[in-house]
Write a new protein. Sequence first.
Length: 62
Amino acid sequence: MEEKLIIPKKSLKGEDGHKTFSIRIKEETVSSLDELAKTTNRSRNELINILLEYAIEHCEVK
């Protein structure tokens, strides 16, 4: 009797707690992100998430 290979269904996009969307940013900002990514060995996406979370937690609306 052969054992079956069980392949779980892949979550649909967006069901992993993340959402994909595009933004427009200045070329200088991209350059700064790329330099920071190189220095920290992190991806641009990782850095953007870190920076956005920090900004949201530390902003104040007046």
